[in-house]
Design a protein around this ligand. Sequence first.
Ligand code: ATP
Length: 421
Amino acid sequence: MPITEYIASLSQNPYFGAGFGLFGVGAGAAILRKGFQTSMMLFRRHCMITLEVPCRDKSYQWLLHWITQKGARKTQHLSVETSFLQKDTGQIKTKYDFIPSVGQHFFRYQGAWIKVDRTREQQTLDLHMGIPFETVTLTSFGSNKQLYYDILEEARTMALKQHEGMTVMYTAMGSEWRPFGHPRRRRPLHSVVLRNGLTDKILADCLDFIENPSWYTDRGIPYRRGYLLYGPPGCGKSSFIMALAGELEYNICVLNLSERGLTDDRLNHLLSVAPQQSIILLEDIDAAFASREDTSMQKAAYEGLNRVTFSGLLNCLDGVASTEARIVFMTTNYLERLDPALVRPGRVDMKEYVGYCDESQVELMFLRFYKDAEHAKTFARKVMETKKNVSPAQIQGYFMFHKHSSPVEVLNNIDVIWTLG
Ligand SMILES: Nc1ncnc2c1ncn2[C@@H]1O[C@H](COP(=O)(O)OP(=O)(O)OP(=O)(O)O)[C@@H](O)[C@H]1O
């Protein structure tokens, strides 16, 4: 049979017609699907704008809180984050924050609909935090990037407002800094009573440093400043640094140099990634190295474990180069135990003794507690007449002991100061 006849006979075959029809429908559907996918992809690429924020990014938590409070307020799918807040009285209040749960949420911002996708990768763990890796993706119509800048900026401002008037303490965890405990209410600087003029001297030095970055850059000097406070325990070294941080609106990163596992490399890294506007505090700096020289059990226990070396610390202090003001505070009870190399200018630019009370300090502390100028003078004189060393912590303890006593009773019992605690 010639081929034309064969084709003509096929067209009359009902089975072939039906099969061909089905094939046509299938092919048509496939082409339509492909076309739809391509146009969706083109639409997404040209008409939608997305922002992906991974959980390692600083703005991640800010954004989640902002979305719950400002954006997707009506969403019913939430997860909880519990935090603690300390009141002035020391009482701790538990606070529950809701954040959008994993999944999709929608909200309107500046007239635009925004889709929120919070996704969690079950397979990938964030090694630093030990939690699954997460991302939040915002998607919206249009090409206006400003929308996302505005959202991130609002989220940041909202987060910072929460900590207004607070000092956040950071501690080193692995290779990063993490807030430690609850943010503390700022302590008024002059509530820490140091010898006359010392508070203002240190404050003025810090302010001069913070306000004059160009003085350092113009002269090629690293933009950092080191302070050492030394003196007996209970005289206010730590309290002063906390109060100073509050005054400067800085936070504090506390580093324990004797910590096991803190190597030179880790220390170097930590110093270079410290949060902005924070004071680095190295407490009891003598303890980290003193134990190396003695042959006590302690040394044996730590032997073989990674620790910071003295030269490592010096290198790290020298290497703290930063575009923003880097303030390092060190404290010690034993200045004489410190290696001169550690306290030379450049590493320690200001070295101040914070010691036992003098007469005016005792008087001021009395005034703060009892608001009685006349008895304050007598009290201070009587304390000084004993010729015994007295720390502000001892005076504070004595006043707390006499919380409900009259100023006269406080005057008549001063021997108790040295027997408390
Ligand atoms: N100069 C001071 N003025 C007011 N209070 C003070 C002062 N010094 C110490 N105190 C009080 O005494 C307590 C202990 O003080 P702090 O821990 O600051 O002393 P320190 O010098 O850092 O001691 P250490 O060397 O043991 O760390 C705090 O409760 C603090 O309020």
